[in-house]
Write a new protein. Structure first.
Length: 125
């Protein structure tokens, strides 16, 4: 009986984690995919890409952050208050894409935290 209860708890935890990942992925595609390259690369997506791909953003943020909380907080702050001094990319990236507009009022902080975790978790994939 204990084994069955343990397995049920483990299944529920894994299902909950999978739901959080898909929520972050869905939000990232919905809120960020119009500018950033998200998901499978296609010629159409490459042609309309108006910002660096999400996995490169994740790698850059991870490289300058001490832990996940700091990385998530950086992304939230940058998305709401973008500025040149916070940019992690070389000047050529800014010349190509420009400075990201603030998304205050477009994405909630909870949504943004879910998106940030998804981006960071999938930065190397």
């Amino acid at each position: 009986m204990k084994k069955i209860i343990g397995m049920v708890i483990l299944f529920l935890l894994l299902a909950s984690q999978a739901q959080a990942i898909s929520e972050g992925e869905n939000l990232a595609n919905e809120k960020c995919g119009s500018c950033h390259l998200m998901g499978q690369i296609t010629k159409e997506k490459l042609n309309r890409m108006a910002a660096p791909p999400y996995w490169i953003l994740g790698k850059k943020v991870k490289a300058v952050s001490k832990n996940e909380e700091e990385a998530v907080n950086f992304i939230v702050d940058y998305v709401y208050n973008p500025s040149e001094d916070k940019m992690l990319f070389p000047k050529e990236t800014k010349e190509r894409f420009g400075l990201m507009p603030s998304l205050k009022g477009i994405v909630t902080e909870d949504e943004l935290r879910s998106i940030a975790k998804y981006i960071l978790d999938n930065a190397s994939k």
